[in-house]
Design a protein around this ligand. Structure first.
Ligand SMILES: C[S@@+](CC[C@H](N)C(=O)[O-])C[C@H]1O[C@@H](n2cnc3c(N)ncnc32)[C@H](O)[C@@H]1O
Length: 220
């Protein structure tokens, strides 16, 4: 089933039009994904990719954790905004997707900032060493609440937690399946979490931002 984003096709198209061009490597990832897999819905795409780059620039993040790399589009857009010694640790479990990322990134100078950890993220996250300055959650929706619990202790104070698909094509307003229920649950968990300040943006499919204001240092 083709699911549609929240804004009209015209508005999405206009936002794309007036957002600066995507870098060549990002365009190559999108092309190869389309040609190899025949689907691109999972890509964050140009507008959100630019948004993630901008968040890195605005926050001055050095170290980022991404859960759900797919073919590397968002990992690349974040990596290229990082300083030379910055790092995106990105988690993925599908070798086929990683092969596309590897192929498109092999000659790009920003690729050295991307570290891919393969395996089930629910098992690999606990083994990671924090702190991270920014986190981007974009993996299987059913487990969003569990990911938040696993990831959040590794976010530094003042760090930014970013959740993709937080509106799930509008289905969170009246959840009818496990994915919508899980996303809705996480949205409320974040809102009621005294350790963060939050805002849910109606950009694309909903981007939930939570800034950690508590005083643990993300080494958990
Ligand atoms: C929506 S896609 C990510 C899109 C990506 N951020 C981008 O911009 O192209 C979700 C990805 O999460 C991966 N994934 C789902 N469940 C996972 C798990 N338990 N562990 C690791 N990766 C997982 C899927 O294989 C898929 O590639």
């Amino acid at each position: 089933m083709q699911q549609h984003l929240l804004a009209s096709a015209e508005i999405e198209e206009y936002a794309n039009l007036v957002t600066q061009q995507e870098p060549d490597t990002a365009a190559a990832i999108a092309d190869k994904t389309r040609n190899t897999l025949q689907y691109t819905e999972m890509l964050t795409g140009k507008v959100e990719g630019r948004f993630l780059s901008m968040l890195i620039g605005l926050t001055g993040a050095h170290r980022v954790l991404e859960v759900g790399m797919f073919t590397g589009y968002s990992a690349y857009m974040m990596a290229r905004a990082l300083p030379e010694d910055g790092e995106v640790v990105t988690l993925e479990m599908n070798e086929r997707y990683k092969a596309i990322a590897d192929d498109c990134l092999k000659d790009d100078p920003h690729a050295k900032k991307i570290k891919v950890v393969m395996g089930n993220a629910l098992e690999t996250i606990p083994k990671l060493q924090g702190p991270f300055d920014m986190m981007f959650l974009d993996a299987d929706k059913e487990h969003y609440p569990e990911y938040y619990e696993l990831m959040f202790p590794k976010l530094k104070t003042g760090g930014l937690f970013v959740v993709d698909n937080a509106l799930w094509y509008g289905e969170v307003t009246d959840p009818k399946d496990r994915k919508a229920e899980a996303i809705d649950k996480l949205n409320h968990t974040i809102k009621n979490d005294p350790r963060v300040e939050n805002v849910l943006l109606t950009v694309r499919d909903g981007i939930h931002l939570a800034r950690k204001t508590g005083d643990d240092h993300g080494t958990g």
